[in-house]
Design a protein around this ligand. Structure first.
Ligand code: HDE
Length: 755
């Protein structure tokens, strides 16, 4: 045991290990203790339950529920008290000397209440201020022991609890969800060997290559400092001024101007670790790795006009969507994939894997699926969990290590540092949502808001008074990968970092026609908000190096003449290995083909054909979708058959952009009434314009015509997203569900729009 071991090394049992390379890598026997699990402290594996939770993760339950229970508060059936637990007799009036007399200073109840209120706010995150979180678990498909000793990957089917936070980057805490922006995808794994945070984004590359430029980037992106506008938008001078002067941003800009930046849902976007990380196995061998999350529901996006309108109709669109799906038991699920490769392979690539503005194309290294992430529980309290969760790229565990990506290096510093201000001191790791499931033992002490009550008089190492405890874990602990390092101190970048356009071109050329058109539209919109012509011109000149077609289309949309390509940093451009990569298009990830959780508006009013409505509603329910009856107002309506039905939404309180698809009502009288309601025409128009499926049974096709929504495409073929004039109800509904499974029907889209 520890005491006996300490006695055997009566001075300093760990000291010897500090000398010599060999000892540093593998401390000699006896210089460390292999931790023997305490009674009941088993690891969280498929066969074993967590000591903290006593439960196994399974959909619908959550392994982090247990440890947090000690701090959960439920006030049902309780007296109101002060923070000192004193019951409060009356909570309406302050204490006064006479009913019209002065309030008394000794009113400790009022003072405590107001003082606490005065300090309720903490600083928001400098970036990623707006976010939404959820609990869940990660399940490893099979053991990856041969390539990493990271705890979550040790056994087939191993389950690790997680907390995930999705976010936008540029807006403030109360800003809209559907801004054109990168989305954060941060995962905290509460592993047996400590917390591992994979703090990623929904875009696999970044704007800059070196952490030195991050404050500049963020200052340029955020609302301009003199008047604090615009909120949650990159469409302004300072952002485009900066990125147009930083050609390394170009690849990321292509992604940010694509539909990736306006996802339909957090549940329908990918996530990426961005940097190249390391896997390290038990034998100390390392391979390089890139992390990918891919949603089970497929990758789907909004249309820009739709995103703009949603931000007015429901600024909480993504937050609500995530919350409601989890409450409904429709647990969001993502598959984790890894690209694993060696340094030797990486050295041959035409780009540098330490450059975060580059991807590793899947054609060079395929993505292997290794596990799934399931989000199965909403937080109980937004502030305590989602706001106080502190992610950090420095939170790695044995088996995961860094590479020399210079962007990553800055992040390893930044995330802990920022919490010191945001969460008010060095003990934020003790806040329940941040506390690891693995036990914490060290000699760090005190500081603001310390929770742990460390026992004994020893808070130093080496010691003999505590038997040398806590011991170094030696090779059982985190051992940094001993990458040989040699070089001169200098400020600079490797040669390959200077190639800025090849992968931007690869991205553009890998998009579908509709996606390309959206990229052109986004550049046009953003640059049209730039007031300084020289900035616009510089940006288009950079785009000339990506694609002439893209650049000239953007220029045309801005009323600009021809532009020369900007000079390249490299005289000889390396030949890219891959010129097209299917995986880069959103269409590559259609999901499981179901319409689960899609929101569908069923327009209703008096005189609606109840039978057809009920059949449609039933079929949509059965397909797992969310049909809502939307009326001219909420409340009861009488069907053509004389039955009463209840509309739970109105065209005013839930306008068209909030729905994925539309069902128009059959029934002569209903159609007549809606035909003279401008809101119904607008509803149809917007659904049509946003390329959504529309089911128009029986008489309702006149509503389509009234809104200028044609069943036919310009080339004379039928619009596959409009189901109208189909006699057989079942056939029509089946066709509608099919059309919805394809999400949006971009073939309908025209620029400028037809309606
Ligand atoms: Fe972050 N980033 N970042 N970032 N980042 C923060 O940490 C930073 C970068 C990302 O839901 C901050 O706790 C630097 C890349 C996410 O709480 C801060 C650099 C990627 C989140 C910070 C980067 C990210 C953050 C602000 C360049 C994708 C939200 C509050 C060197 C791989 C996490 C906080 C959450 C948050 C610094 C670049 C993702 C200031 C210095 C690249 C998802 O520490």
């Amino acid at each position: 045991d520890a005491q006996a071991l300490a006695a055997a090394f009566d001075h300093n049992p760990t000291k010897a290990a500090e000398y010599g390379r060999e000892n540093a890598l593998a401390p000699p026997e006896g210089a460390h203790v292999t931790p023997t699990p305490l009674a009941g402290a088993s690891t969280l594996t498929e066969g074993q339950t967590s000591p903290k939770t006593g439960t196994q993760a399974a959909p619908g339950t959550n392994p982090t529920v247990g440890p947090l229970d000690r701090v959960r508060v439920d006030s049902g059936g309780q007296f109101l008290t002060t923070n000192q637990g004193v019951p409060v007799a009356q909570n309406q009036d302050s204490l006064k000397a006479g009913l019209r007399g002065p309030a008394l200073l000794k009113d400790f109840i009022l003072r405590e209440k107001i003082t606490h209120f005065d300090h309720e706010r903490i600083p928001e995150r400098i970036v990623h201020a707006r976010g939404s979180g959820a609990h869940g678990f990660f399940e490893c498909y099979r053991s990856l022991r041969d390539i990493t000793r990271a705890a979550p990957f040790q056994e087939d089917g191993k389950v690790t609890p997680v907390f995930v936070r999705f976010s936008t980057v540029q807006g403030e805490r109360g800003s809209k969800d559907t801004a054109r922006d990168v989305r954060g995808f941060a995962v905290k794994f509460y592993t047996d060997e400590g917390n591992w945070d994979l703090v990623g984004n929904n875009i696999p590359v970044f704007f800059i290559q070196d952490a030195m430029k991050f404050p500049d980037l963020v200052h340029a992106l955020k609302p301009e400092p003199h008047h604090q506008m615009p909120q949650a938008a990159s469409a302004h001078d300072t952002f485009w001024d900066f990125v147009s002067l930083m050609p390394e941003s170009t690849h990321m800009l292509l992604w940010a101007m694509s539909d990736r930046a306006i996802p339909r849902s957090y549940r329908m976007m990918q996530g990426f670790g961005v940097h190249t990380f390391r896997f390290v196995n038990e034998a100390g061998e390392s391979r390089l790795v890139k992390f990918h999350w891919t949603p089970r529901l497929g990758t789907h996006s909004l249309q820009w006009d739709e995103a703009v309108k949603i931000s007015g109709a429901d600024p909480d669109f993504h937050r609500r969507d995530l919350w409601e799906a989890i409450e409904a038991g429709e647990f969001p699920e993502y598959e984790l994939g890894v690209q694993v490769f060696t340094e030797e392979q990486a050295n041959k690539f035409s780009f540098d894997v330490l450059d975060s503005t580059k991807i590793v194309p899947e054609e060079l290294v395929p993505v292997e699926p290794v596990g799934r992430l399931v989000l199965n529980r909403n937080p109980d309290n937004f502030f305590a969990e989602t706001e106080q969760v502190a992610f950090c790229t420095a939170h790695v565990i044995p088996g995961i290590d860094f590479t020399n990506d210079p962007l990553l290096a800055g992040r390893i510093h930044s995330y802990v540092d920022t919490q010191l201000t945001r969460l008010g001191g060095p003990n934020f790791h003790e806040i329940p949502i941040n506390a690891p499931v693995a036990p914490v033992h060290n000699n760090q002490r005190d500081g603001f808001h310390r929770q742990a009550i460390n026992r004994g008089r020893v808070a130093y190492e080496p010691n003999s008074l505590a038997g040398g405890c806590p011991f170094q874990a030696g090779s059982a602990g985190f051992v940094s990968f001993p990458e040989p390092v040699r070089g001169e101190e200098l400020r600079g970048r490797p040669e390959k970092f200077a190639e800025h356009y090849n992968q931007a071109t690869l991205f553009y050329e890998s998009q579908s026609e509709a996606e390309k058109a959206h990229i052109v539209g986004a550049f046009r919109f953003e640059l049209s908000k730039v007031t300084v012509p020289a900035i616009r011109e510089r940006m288009v000149a950079n785009l000339m190096n990506v694609s002439r077609e893209l650049a000239t289309s953007v220029a045309a949309g801005l009323g600009m003449g021809s532009i020369e390509a900007s000079p390249r940093a490299l005289a000889r451009v390396p030949r890219p290995e891959v010129r097209q990569s299917a995986a880069l298009s959103l269409l590559a990830h259609p999901g499981d083909g179901s319409i689960r959780t899609r929101k569908i508006a069923l327009l209703v009013c008096d005189g609606v054909n109840g039978e057809s409505l009920a059949a449609t509603q039933q079929a949509l329910f059965e397909a797992g979708a969310v049909p809502r009856l939307v009326g001219p107002r909420i409340g009861p309506f009488v069907t053509a058959e004389g039955e009463t039905l209840q509309a739970d939404a109105s065209m005013e309180n839930e306008p068209a952009p909030l729905f994925d698809a539309l069902v128009l009502p059959d029934g002569e009288r209903a159609v007549k009434m809606l035909a003279v309601d401008g809101r119904a025409a607008e509803f149809v128009k917007e659904q049509y314009r946003h390329c959504k499926p529309i089911l128009a049974p029986g008489a309702s096709s006149t509503l389509l015509e009234g809104a200028g929504a044609s069943k036919m495409l310009e080339d004379g073929t039928r619009d596959p997203g409009i189901i109208a004039g189909v006699e057989d109800d079942d056939e029509a509904i089946a066709a509608f569900i099919d059309a919805m499974a394809q999400h949006r029907h971009w073939v309908r889209e025209k620029d400028p729009p037809l309606v």
